[in-house]
Design a protein around this ligand. Structure first.
Ligand code: PSU
Ligand code: MN
Length: 301
């Protein structure tokens, strides 16, 4: 079912380093036309660290692992690109649709292709209004059943971070901080919640992955939470103000379902004078680099 790019397939066969990248972040998380440039920069960052990028998406019904220029263009700038979570993949593929894959869907396809490393921006999770709306990202259950390591800047700060951490615990998803004892808050370095486990080097992550395999615990995801650099984070006061406004606007406009996250991120990008976009880009680049370094360390033996 998968169309794996020849370069990616070759490196995987040789046991070399490959990093999966998601496409919803490109199609629905970042504004055009910057999103295409950013997608290319993220791939270039993975290459600079010595690994091969595999951006994953659905292109005219083909589940593609590793995109050429034409496909990346279609995902970033094309009309009618569907946001696909795991449950949408087969339906959209059977219809010949073009779609961007969320964290859950990307992780599933990456694991199917034999890719062990994945980088994104911020995971989906439990929304702040979840008591009323039951809005909880499929990323959570997706990660609970997918063997992959995902580098992220925590979960998106638009969410109820505490509730999301509780769900990850219940679901048995391992969470480790990279160079921090605080769980990162996406646009912010610190979500206000601690993270129990900390590592400081790629080698330590590789050690954890080997231990998971020996214990047959590699059936679920390992979340490596990598905070945005101190100098790069969004001003916390600006963050909190824009978030309150964005949540109120989502409520007033009755935004629901798969549109909630893109709507809130879009509000941020519009109402911070581009500052949140800058932070989002930096954290995705940093996560891609870190995932690549870990993939390189793992393939080196
Ligand atoms: N990280 C970002 N921007 C994004 C996302 C992640 O920096 O837009 C996307 C991912 O694809 C994630 C999705 O799976 O947001 C979560 O959407 P939802 O809350 O609808 O599950
Ligand atoms: Mn949702």
């Amino acid at each position: 079912m998968l169309t794996v790019h020849p370069e990616v397939a070759g490196v995987l066969r040789a046991g070399g380093p490959v990093v999966a990248l998601e496409s919803t972040l490109v199609a629905h998380g970042l504004p055009r036309p910057d999103n295409l440039r950013v997608a290319r920069e993220v791939e270039a960052a993975v290459r600079e660290e010595g690994a091969v990028p595999a951006t994953i998406a659905l292109v005219e019904g083909q589940l593609r692992v590793g995109l050429d220029d034409v496909a990346l263009d279609a995902i970033a700038l094309g009309d009618g690109v569907v946001k696909c979570s795991t449950r949408d993949l087969a339906i959209a593929a059977a219809r010949g649709a073009t779609g961007a894959t969320t964290v859950a869907a990307t992780a599933h396809l990456a694991a199917q292709a034999g890719i062990e490393f994945f980088a994104t921006g911020g995971l989906g999770g439990v929304h702040r209004q979840a008591a009323a709306t039951r809005d909880e990202s499929a990323d959570l259950v997706g990660l609970a059943r997918t063997p992959i390591m995902v580098v992220c800047a925590g979960v998106k700060s638009i969410l109820d971070v505490g509730a999301t951490l509780e769900r990850l615990e219940t679901l048995g998803v391992s969470v480790v901080g990279y160079g921090t004892d605080r769980f990162p808050g996406f646009y912010l370095r610190d979500s206000g919640h601690p993270v129990q486990w900390r590592v400081d080097t790629p080698g330590e992550v590789v050690g954890i992955l080997r231990a998971r395999a020996r214990l047959a615990l590699e059936g679920s995801a390992l979340v490596l939470a990598n905070p945005v650099a101190e100098a790069d984070q969004l001003d916390p006061i600006l963050h909190d103000r824009v978030l309150l406004e964005a949540l109120a606007a989502a409520e007033a406009e009755a935004i629901r379902g798969r549109d909630v996250t893109p709507f809130l991120l879009g509000r941020f990008h519009e109402h911070t004078g581009g500052a949140s976009l800058e932070v989002n880009v930096r954290l995705v680049l940093a996560n891609a680099r870190l995932a690549a370094r870990i993939a390189v360390a793992a393939s080196a033996g």
